[in-house]
Design a protein around this ligand. Structure first.
Ligand SMILES: [Zn+2]
Length: 408
């Protein structure tokens, strides 16, 4: 029987089944290796007790994150987001480089911490991907290449100065043992430590049909209600929030460790009420979601096969995890899409998992002259369209497939 990974309740309801898919970030190096490729079921559940939406499976985190090709510094949208984050935080909390220490969890290649490091703050990253951690160190960002867990947190606070700010951006979805992870954050927090957490808001998964953000690396999809439940168990409390456009609609929450009730900002109260009004988990809304997801699959297959029949050359842009869930769920592969272009040189020459589409350097777009380019990471579509606007010269069009088909 499936149990909630957070509260252990067995009162779970299945919302969606996306079939069997390989791990979204397991790019295949050589075509012959596809015969060893493994696929795993991908299903979404809702816990009626703690309201946490989750995709339970038992694949080891070591298998997913230790050899992880993702580098945050590759996306210019993300780099800009980090600078904005720095400016906002410094203004809001008046941090001072002479006394304040900044710690980031899942700091990847150190892109965000660099903004603080440049201004002489003491910065420490915690990042389990050995590869990303190595790059961060090259950028002079002090990085611990381990998973955050309670023992590490205890050792950390003994060894280091007290922490003024802990940043955990886009990581709480990825952590399987959410209890241990939040417990570790709570250990790292002093009563004055500010904790900020950014995560894609589950409301957008439902409203904008962002089901391509569901993959095995993402165990949880949070609402304000569920994140509050999770944090409360470890004496962490949200007191403010920002709404963000990044990743198709994210939320940044500000929390502190306190057993007494903290005053909530107006913004936060407003968003909590808005979320309640949506009644996301009613049977009617859950059914509607599942129906709409199936509908996008049908529409996509019909649309692309129409283009294919007319002998159009179709490519994709962005070898991102997002695209992989979508392509594999819709069963679209190398027979429909010739190539996937991506800036990340680590991915070039490899193949997309499942769909077997070869990843190429975007320099080759000019040579191959596709008629259509499907933008898989829709969250950075403006960046992609403006960088590659020269494709318009030969009449090429960009396509977005979710939540509905749109040409640019
Ligand atoms: Zn639960």
């Amino acid at each position: 029987m499936i149990k909630c990974k957070f509260c252990n309740s067995n009162n779970l309801k299945k919302i969606l089944s996306l079939g069997y898919t390989p791990l979204a970030n397991s790019y295949v190096v050589k075509y012959q290796h596809f015969k060893f490729e493994k696929s795993y079921p991908l299903k979404l559940y809702f816990c009626k007790k703690c309201k946490l939406i989750q995709a339970p499976h038992s694949i080891s985190p070591n298998k997913i994150f230790v050899n992880y090709d993702y580098l945050s510094g590759v996306s210019s949208t993300w780099v800009k987001h980090c600078e904005k984050f720095y400016t906002k935080i410094i203004k809001k909390f008046k941090f001072n480089s002479k006394k304040d220490t900044i710690v980031e969890i899942a700091s990847n290649d150190g892109t965000l911490l660099k903004s603080f490091y440049k201004r002489k703050f003491e910065c420490i990253g915690i990042e389990p991907s050995k590869f990303a951690a190595k790059i961060a160190r090259k950028n002079k960002i002090n990085t611990v290449d381990k998973f955050l867990e309670p023992n590490l947190a205890k050792k950390f606070i003994k060894k280091n100065k007290k922490i003024s700010l802990i940043v955990a951006n886009n990581v709480i979805a990825h952590v399987l043992d959410i209890n241990n992870f939040i417990k570790s954050l709570s250990i790292l927090c002093d009563k004055d430590t500010i904790l900020t957490i950014e995560f894609p808001h589950v409301v957008n998964l439902f409203k904008k049909l962002q089901y391509d953000t569901i993959y095995h690396e993402h165990h949880y999809y949070y609402s304000l209600e569920s994140i509050q439940n999770v944090l409360k168990k470890f004496d962490l409390q949200i007191f403010d929030l920002d709404k963000l456009n990044i990743h198709g609609g994210s939320i940044r929450i500000y929390a502190k460790k306190n057993k007494d009730i903290l005053k909530k900002s107006k913004n936060l109260i407003q968003e909590i009420n808005k979320e309640k009004m949506l009644n996301l988990y009613s049977n009617k809304n859950l059914k509607k979601f599942s129906y709409s997801v199936k509908n996008t699959k049908k529409n996509t297959i019909e649309y692309l096969s129409k283009l294919k029949k007319r002998n159009y050359k179709i490519s994709a842009y962005g070898a991102a995890a997002k695209g992989n869930t979508f392509l594999n769920y819709c069963k679209i592969d190398y027979q429909t899409i010739d190539f996937a272009y991506d800036n990340n040189s680590l991915k070039q020459g490899k193949y997309l998992p499942g769909s077997r589409i070869k990843i190429l350097n975007p320099n080759l777009i000019k040579k191959n002259k596709p008629d259509f380019i499907i933008i898989l990471p829709w969250n950075i579509k403006e960046e992609i369209i403006s960088t590659y606007k020269y494709v318009k010269k030969w009449g090429c069009k960009f396509i977005i497939l979710l939540p509905k088909i749109k040409l640019f």
